[in-house]
Structures are given as structure tokens and as C-alpha cells.
Design a protein around this ligand. Structure first.
Ligand SMILES: [Zn+2]
Length: 507
């Protein structure tokens, strides 16, 4: 029997608005003291009326457009009725019948996959606005409720069941997060609960060519409240194994809702799933429908650069590699930083170019060389130093000008890469400019040829056995000698010069 996973995702994104969805309370984060951002509206007092946050509507439209959705002429709100201590009104205001965005799609590259599913198209069924519930915390046998979160705006983004593996689900979520951040819709930090995911999954029996052996899909299992990319991936992997086992004992899994136990790495049964009929949805009588037509037409003309467009542009404009742009675009502030550095370098390259033609072959070659150098030193070395010191890029004091100058020192072989690493660490620590630091700490490759030759002759004399090996034809020994020279000179020698003199002296 061959089974393939059929996966769909529902994502709740907390919107970056100043105030809550239906009242003037500040939209605070979890660090605020409990019940300090509340009012009669968001605590559901009798006789209060909701007032719609227009910024939330704008974010809803903007996200819909970024996800290639159709924005209907009108949307409206409905009441979703259920009882829970964190829901003071006894219903949640959501958009059931007329959501703000429909029928979109997102194209996603799946890392590490080749063939037709290396790039997938995920259909977006709908995106709708709703208010968040409050937060329960269980303590000393009682339940305490913090209403700060009650009424904060959410956008729920629902896919069709188009995903076929946990890796695809993760890739989709990462791209969605990048989009939400790029258009400033949400901070979308899963660990902070600003983006939460419910995953539904069923298995489908197929033949050898992956054609389904039945019509329609099987009942889906919904895994609730996954709050990291890793949790989504692991929970789905676990469900695939669990459901496959059930099929092998001839039991088809029944529709149900499950939770995720992070420590045990398993999903567990929560409660039988309500259908939409159980919620008794009906239109919210206190809010008029929203006219979206004019707003969406205006917003369609003010498009922000989306992550995919930015990645393509950075590759085209600066010749950064794919891995480098993937990193730059998915980490806050890095792409702007890299662009500023490349801007500095481009100005310098064009000013010192003697061919006199901007865009000449020579200039482009030079820019490509610098892009490679910058990409490597940004995404491996600088990232490493910052994470070791737990500093965010925005708090690091290495200006783009200084970083560009640092790259020029490397490119001109004024400093080698081992000392470059030391120099960059000093730049992060002191915010001073690299040329000064290089001199102050004597990190430059400033040995003259006679000094270097004397040092090399000394090393050759001390290692007759290595010389013998080299003369017996073991070319690799030359590398060993270069290493020994670099060590003896504490990085002040230029490795290329060292290699040249070594070849002469060893003949
Ligand atoms: Zn309020």
C-alpha cells in the first residue's frame, strides 16, 4: 500500500496595529503586566459596542494582495459562539461568510528538493480577520485570565490541502513569515505567539504513479497550536507514522483534533472536533459590512517589494549567490545592510576605475569579486561573531562604510583572513574603523620580502624531514610549509607571497 500525506495549514498572524481590533486599547505584547490594556469593550461588558480598527482592514487587504488573493467588494463580521473562560462575550467576532481575501496562492521554493516539487504552488483558500481571545493561566488549582490579549487583531490564513510533506509545510510557513514581515503586517515570531499554526493532515492511498485510488480525501486530523517551525515539522512527521500504522491495521483515522507534546514528540487526542454548525455562526449585528473596493484599488498600486522579488533583485543587481540572498532576506535588517555595503563599494570601484566606462566588463568583474567576498564575510563570519556575543545586527556598531573598508583591506591583501577574523571582532567590539585597528593591533600583512625569506629559510632548516618528503614528490607538503610560515609570522605574511618564496627556496 502506498500512502501520501495531504496537508493544509491554518496560520493565525497577530497584526501589527497600534490598538486592538474593536476598541482603543493598546495592542501590547506579552511583557505588559496582566490586565493593564483592557476596557469595557474588550472585556465584553454588557451594553458596549465595537468600533472597527481601520488599520487592521488595511493590513488584511495588503496581505491578501501579497498572497495573490481576490479582494471582494465587501467583507463582514460574524459571531462564532462558544463558551470558554478566556472569551468574555461568549462569542468571538470573526469573518465566516464574507472574508477579506479569497482564492490566492503562494509559490514557494522547497530547500533540498529536486524535480517537480522543488517549487510548489500553494493555494490560499481564504484570509479572514478576527479578534484574539484572552489568555488563561493555570495556577494553584485556579484559572487566572489575562485580558490584555482579548480583542487583539488576528488574520487567519487558510491554505488548500496542497502540501505533501512536512518540509513543504515548513518552507511555506517560512515564506509566509517573510512576506508578513516585509509588508509590516506582523512581527510573525512563532516563538512569541505572533504567528501560530494549526496543521491538518490525512493520508491518501495512491498507485505507483501517485494517482489516488479513491475519490475525494480522507477525514483530516487537525493538530492545534504549533508554535515553532520545528514543532510543525515534527508533529506532521509523527502523524504520518501514526496514521500509516493505523492504515496497516485496517483502521481509517477518524476526524479529530489533537494537541502536540513537545517533550514527548507525540500528538495526543484533545476533543472531538466541532463542525461549523456547532458554532452557530451568524452576522455580527453591531458592525456594518466593510466596503473594500476603493481601498483595495488604491493599495494595489502601492506594492511593497516582496521577499521573492527582493531575492531576485539582490542576485541580479549585486551578483550575490542564492544561499546568501536566502539568508539576507530572511533575517531582519541584513538585506538593507548588505545593500548599503555594496553601494559603498560600487561608488569606490567606479571612482577608481580607469576604463572610464560605468558598467564596463572590468567594473562588473570587480563587483562580482566583492559580492562573493561580502557574502561570505557577512553570512558566515559576521553572523558568527554577533551570535557568539548575542548582539543583533541593529545593535552592532560596524557601519556599512567600515565594513566596506574592511573588505577592501582583505581584497588588497593588506590583511589575511585569519587576522581578518580578529579585526572584524575588534570592529564589533569598538566600532572603530578597520585601518586604524589593523595598525593599532599589528594585524596587517606588512612583512617585507627579505624578512619573509629569512623566516622561510629558518623554517626549512628546522624541518629536514619535511623537505625530504617534498623532494620525494609529495606536493601537499608545500601547503604544510605555508601553514607553518603563517603560524610563525602570526599571520603577518601574505600566504601567496609565502608560497612563491617557498617554491623557490625548496628547489
Ligand atoms: Zn479594550
Amino acid at each position: 500500500m502506498k500512502l501520501i500525506p495531504i496537508i493544509g495549514l491554518e496560520v493565525h498572524a497577530q497584526l501589527k496595529t497600534q490598538t486592538k481590533m474593536f476598541c482603543g486599547c493598546i495592542n501590547v505584547d506579552d511583557s505588559a503586566p496582566p490586565n493593564t490594556a483592557i476596557c469595557p469593550i474588550c472585556t465584553g461588558q454588557p451594553g458596549t459596542l465595537p468600533a472597527l480598527n481601520e488599520h487592521a482592514i488595511k493590513i488584511g487587504i495588503k496581505t491578501g494582495l501579497a498572497l495573490n488573493c481576490r479582494i471582494p467588494k465587501q467583507s463582514s463580521f460574524d459571531r462564532k459562539n462558544y463558551f470558554y473562560p478566556d472569551l468574555p462575550k461568549g462569542y468571538q467576532v470573526s469573518q465566516f461568510f464574507f472574508p477579506i481575501a479569497k482564492d490566492g496562492y503562494l509559490e514557494v521554493n522547497v530547500p533540498g528538493v529536486e524535480g517537480p516539487r522543488a517549487r510548489i504552488r500553494v493555494s490560499i483558500e481564504r484570509a479572514h480577520l478576527e479578534e484574539d481571545a484572552a489568555k488563561n493561566s493555570h495556577r494553584e488549582g485556579a484559572v487566572a485570565v489575562d485580558f490584555n490579549r482579548a480583542g487583539t487583531p488576528l488574520l487567519e490564513i487558510v491554505t488548500e490541502p496542497d502540501l505533501r510533506s512536512p518540509q513543504e509545510a515548513k518552507a511555506y510557513l517560512q515564506e509566509l513569515r517573510a512576506i508578513l514581515r516585509s509588508i509590516d503586517a506582523s512581527s510573525a515570531d512563532m516563538e512569541k505567539g505572533q504567528m501560530r499554526c494549526d496543521a491538518n493532515i490525512s493520508l491518501l492511498e495512491v498507485d505507483d504513479e501517485n494517482h489516488p485510488l479513491q475519490e475525494g480525501l480522507n477525514s483530516k486530523i487537525e493538530v492545534k497550536n504549533l508554535n515553532s517551525f520545528r514543532a510543525v515539522e515534527r508533529a506532521l512527521e509523527h502523524e504520518i507514522i501514526r496514521q500509516t500504522d493505523l492504515y496497516q491495521t485496517n483502521t481509517k483515522p477518524k476526524a479529530s483534533t489533537r494537541g502536540w507534546d513537545e517533550d514527548k514528540g507525540i500528538t495526543f487526542d484533545q476533543r472531538s472536533k466541532e463542525t461549523s454548525a456547532d458554532y452557530r455562526y451568524f452576522p455580527e449585528p453591531d458592525l456594518p459590512p466593510q466596503d473594500l473596493e476603493m481601498l483595495s484599488e488604491i493599495m494595489a498600486t502601492q506594492k511593497t517589494e516582496l521577499p521573492e522579488e527582493k531575492r531576485n533583485r539582490l542576485m541580479e543587481e549585486y551578483w550575490f549567490s542564492k544561499d546568501v540572498v536566502d539568508f539576507l532576506v530572511s533575517h531582519d535588517g541584513w538585506s538593507d545592510y548588505a545593500e548599503q555595503i555594496m553601494g559603498e563599494l560600487a561608488t569606490w570601484i567606479e571612482a577608481t576605475d580607469t576604463s572610464g566606462k560605468s558598467g564596463s566588463e572590468l567594473i562588473n568583474e570587480e563587483k562580482k569579486r566583492y559580492a562573493k567576498l561580502a557574502g561570505g564575510w557577512l553570512t558566515s563570519k559576521l553572523v558568527g561573531i554577533l551570535s557568539e556575543k548575542t548582539i543583533d545586527l541593529k545593535d552592532a556598531r560596524v557601519t556599512p562604510e567600515n565594513f566596506a573598508e574592511f573588505l577592501r583591506l582583505l581584497d588588497d591583501a593588506k590583511v589575511n583572513s585569519a587576522n581578518g577574523q580578529k579585526l572584524l571582532t575588534l570592529m564589533v567590539e569598538t566600532s572603530a574603523d578597520p585601518s586604524h585597528l589593523m595598525e593599532e593591533h599589528d594585524l596587517g600583512q606588512n612583512m617585507d620580502e627579505s624578512q619573509l625569506r629569512a623566516e622561510i629559510q629558518r623554517i626549512i632548516q628546522q624541518n629536514p624531514d619535511k623537505v625530504a618528503e617534498f623532494k620525494a614528490g609529495k606536493e601537499i607538503i608545500l601547503k604544510w610549509f605555508v601553514g607553518a610560515v603563517m603560524k610563525a609570522t602570526e599571520g603577518k605574511a601574505n600566504p601567496a607571497d609565502a608560497q612563491k618564496i617557498l617554491s623557490e627556496e625548496l628547489r
